[in-house]
Design a protein around this ligand. Structure first.
Ligand SMILES: O=C(O)CCC(=O)C(=O)O
Ligand SMILES: [Fe+2]
Length: 230
């Protein structure tokens, strides 16, 4: 499945980027469904990005006092979408953005940018530039992980400025999401993290609710989190 600008028809304003998205999990797509021009690279990068996500997932699980393999067991990295995002030169960058401010709705995101800057993260009230580092990857905590961890991990609000450089900005982004929802199709804070001293701060929600929230509007920040907050 390909999309050109994920929220073009749902957002209030068009943003200055184009994208191709390919679902790479839970099942790998038939290779001939991936555009030939980037087939080899996408297949190879999926392997590496997944390894990174799984390793970071192990560390994050340990950080919560869980078994390192817990996230893998719960299929948190199995639903995968890879996006190649292109931010062409924008002649009037002060009139629009490259990508609207949002938090990623998923569990975890692994992002490989080229050397053209533009990504910013919200820190307190300020927007802070994320300077590209050669060979460096960016990993975002997504909204689902904030909910599942009962707020121990916080999803990050970010945006991309419209590209004022003559060089195209490219980022390859893989979104990792859970595949197996609990028996009746719901999710919420992990029971292992809850106690009388630390009760759930989010309610459980269904996959349907997650998807409806995701596709009913343009990119936004923490809307599911705000909806399920107790
Ligand atoms: O291109 C980037 O650096 C950010 C992309 C992004 O945040 C997204 O696709 O969700
Ligand atoms: Fe994002």
């Amino acid at each position: 499945m390909y999309s050109s600008n994920n929220d073009l028809y749902r957002a209030k304003a068009a943003s200055w980027h184009d994208a191709i998205q390919v679902w790479t999990g839970p099942e790998s797509p038939a290779v001939e469904e991936i555009p030939e021009i980037c087939r080899k690279e996408m297949v190879a990068w999926d392997v590496h990005a997944t390894k990174v996500a799984e390793t970071v997932g192990e560390l994050l699980a340990e950080g919560l006092g869980l078994e390192s393999g817990k996230f893998k067991e719960l299929t948190f990295m199995d639903q995968k979408v890879m996006a190649g995002v292109c931010y062409p030169y924008c002649p009037q960058p002060d009139l629009t953005v490259g990508l609207t401010s949002h938090s990623d709705a998923v569990v975890l995101t692994v992002l490989l940018p080229n050397q053209v800057g533009g990504l910013q993260v919200k820190h307190g009230e300020d927007w802070v530039d994320v300077k590209p580092v050669v060979g460096g990857l960016i990993v975002n905590i997504g909204d689902l992980l904030q909910i599942i961890s009962n707020g121990k991990y916080q999803s990050v609000q970010h945006r991309v400025l419209a590209n004022s450089s003559k060089e195209v900005r490219i980022s390859v982004v893989t979104f990792f999401n859970l595949n197996k929802w609990k028996g009746s199709g719901y999710y919420g804070p992990l029971p292992e993290l809850l106690s009388p001293d630390e009760p759930a701060i989010y309610r459980d929600f269904t996959k349907q609710e997650f998807l409806e929230n995701l596709y009913s509007k343009g990119f936004d920040s923490k809307s599911l989190i705000n909806k399920v907050k107790i």
